[in-house]
Ligand binder design. Structure first.
Ligand code: ARG
Length: 566
């Protein structure tokens, strides 16, 4: 709600206390036709209280504003009261809210220090990071940034898939075919190869599966050689992941994989037992759900006593409640894990009904690459580092083609490639499936990462020439509609970021960036800045300075790197 709207509320409820319950920020609408004004108050709901038709109510309310010079016009159109803000006042108000000492102050207190745990990226150790991990990493980090900016205490957790029988397979295979040194030298890609080779051999010799189980058992028993292998897998994997995290600017507060929770598993199962939630079913220990839930039972222990992914997630959920006292715990994974999380969350709720609203599955759709099927077993996974490398190389070609004079070409190309991949992912609502298209993603025109980065470069270029005016300039010189539209859009910054946070939807910010960039283009086509008469130049530079701050902040929230020259 802006100050004009609060002014309206104050006036209306002052004159008609009976409307107090009905008038609020949520009631305001955008006028059907922008010509009508800047905001509209529908009067239909007041009609029964004041015992008059909506049009008559609107007419009566309109009289309240007869003498008010905050508004250029107040009109009654079919039961809607339409307000046109007095431009100078509005411009002053919006620009004032971006003044240095108050900048973002309000917005930063929104979260009130409440804790939000975010579980994202979480690749499976010994496997290359896959495409679903890319989406999880990018979306998760952005959700983290947004929460942190709004004054939540964000806790980022990388729940590595570092436990399970697959490690037994690798251990047996490596003991047979390779050495510790070879793995250390060749890294994660080699582990992927070995994994594929194991599966191919096991198809002919099924007894290998038994060998793998024996090795996993050794790991569970903390047997020294098994432990040594396992630690190497983690090291080699983290080296590869960290490389990507560095490039994408990804940070975690905790790297606690599934193995971290092994020590809590017995206690976890006992707690569920004590509440009478567990039972045996065909030799396995399960939690059954009400028929109305329409879900298969949650498997805690197989008949051989082995625990599962879900057991470890329940232990992790309990741990997080105690350790972080969170308001929310978010799990950023693809839709394929929907049932898993529905089960885990239901178990947590059955264990303690107050847990009901805490856990959320932030699910996203599939990202597919043309002509590539993804299955780690067969080995034809698209390694993430290759996607980023390819993006960089293609951008490098484009730069060469344009013959652009850019310093640090390689580094710049990497940043543009990364920005392109991130923006491509975050510009559509997360639940949608994305078909990756290299040309579209890397294009310098249209609604793309490179275009967003390019607009920022232009904004900064102007400010470099004019100097940045971060104290109030003569705002009365800002008169044209393009400036006014831009200012109206700038006012949207706070509500957009809050909406992105409430809906866990970075795409709201990505689309806002596109709107800003279009509005900036229209502004700049119609308003000369550099070379303009000094006072006018200053007021325009002042506006562009605010735009630069907002624009840059949005890029940061999405994780899109900034570039000096392009
Ligand atoms: N490692 C899993 C995968 O790559 C995702 C883990 C998600 N987080 C969780 N707490 N279960 O599919």
């Amino acid at each position: 709600m802006n100050i004009f709207q609060s002014l309206i509320i104050k006036k209306v409820t002052g004159a008609y206390p009976a409307l107090k319950e009905l008038v609020g920020a949520a009631l305001f609408e955008n006028p059907k036709n922008p010509e009508f004004g800047d905001t509209a108050l529908p009067c239909f709901r007041f009609s029964s209280v004041l015992k008059k038709s909506p049009a008559a109510v609107a007419e009566e309310l309109r009289n309240l504003f007869e003498e008010d010079d905050s508004f250029e016009s107040v009109t009654n159109i079919n039961g809607y009261l339409n307000f046109k803000y007095r431009k100078e006042r509005y411009i002053e108000y919006v620009c004032g809210s971006f003044e240095k000492n108050t900048l973002f102050n309000d917005i930063k207190s929104y979260g009130g220090g409440k804790t939000v745990v975010i579980d994202y990226s979480h690749p499976n150790v010994a496997k290359n990071m896959g495409i679903h991990n890319l989406r999880s990493t990018i979306i998760g980090q952005s959700i983290y940034n947004i929460h942190e900016f709004l004054g939540f205490k964000a806790v980022g957790v990388n729940h590595l898939g570092d436990w399970g029988t697959q490690f037994g397979k690798l251990m047996w295979a490596l003991e047979e075919w390779s050495s510790y040194e070879e793995v250390e030298n060749k890294g994660i890609l080699f582990l992927n190869e070995i994994y594929v080779r194991f599966h191919n051999e096991a198809e002919i010799k099924p007894e290998l599966e038994e060998k793998a189980r024996e090795w996993f058992k050794k790991l569970e028993d903390n047997d020294e050689p098994a432990l040594k292998w396992w630690k190497l897998f983690i090291k080699v994997s983290m080296d590869a992941y960290n490389d990507i995290y560095r490039r994408l600017n990804i940070k975690f507060d905790h790297i606690t994989g599934e193995s971290f929770y092994i020590k809590f598993l017995d206690d976890t199962v006992n707690r569920l037992d004590e509440r009478g939630l567990t039972e045996f079913s065909e030799g396995a220990l399960v939690v059954k759900f009400d028929d109305s839930e329409n879900m298969p039972p949650c498997l805690l222990k197989k008949s051989d006593g082995a625990t599962l992914y879900a057991t470890r997630d329940i232990a992790a959920a309990m741990y997080r409640l105690i350790e972080f006292k969170p308001n929310r715990v978010l799990y950023v994974t693809d839709v394929a894990q929907e049932l898993h999380f529905a089960q885990v969350f239901k178990v947590m709720e059955m264990y303690d009904p107050t847990n009901k609203d805490i856990f959320r599955h932030i699910k996203f759709g599939r990202l597919s690459f043309p002509n590539v099927q993804m299955s780690t077993r067969k080995g034809n996974i698209v390694p993430l580092s290759e996607v980023l490398d390819r993006a960089r190389d293609k951008v490098l070609d484009i730069i060469e083609e344009r013959n652009a004079d850019i310093p640090d070409k390689l580094q710049t190309a990497d940043k543009i490639g990364i920005g392109a991949v991130i923006f491509n992912d975050l510009s559509v609502s997360r639940i949608k499936n994305i078909e990756f298209d290299w040309d579209k993603t890397l294009s310098f025109e249209g609604e793309t990462g490179p275009h967003v980065q390019y607009s920022y470069v232009r904004i900064m270029n102007i400010l470099e020439k004019t100097g940045s005016f971060d104290t109030i300039a003569d705002l009365s010189l800002i008169k044209d509609e393009f400036s006014y539209d831009l200012i109206k859009l700038l006012e949207q910054f706070e509500p957009k970021v809050k909406q992105a946070c409430e809906e866990y939807e970075p795409s709201v910010i990505a689309n806002y960036l596109i709107e800003l960039s279009k509005s900036f283009n229209r502004f700049y086509q119609n308003n000369r800045v550099v070379g303009e008469e000094v006072k006018t130049m200053q007021s325009r530079a002042y506006l562009i300075n605010i735009l630069g701050t907002v624009y840059g902040k949005c890029m940061d929230l999405l994780g899109i790197p900034k570039i000096d020259k392009m």
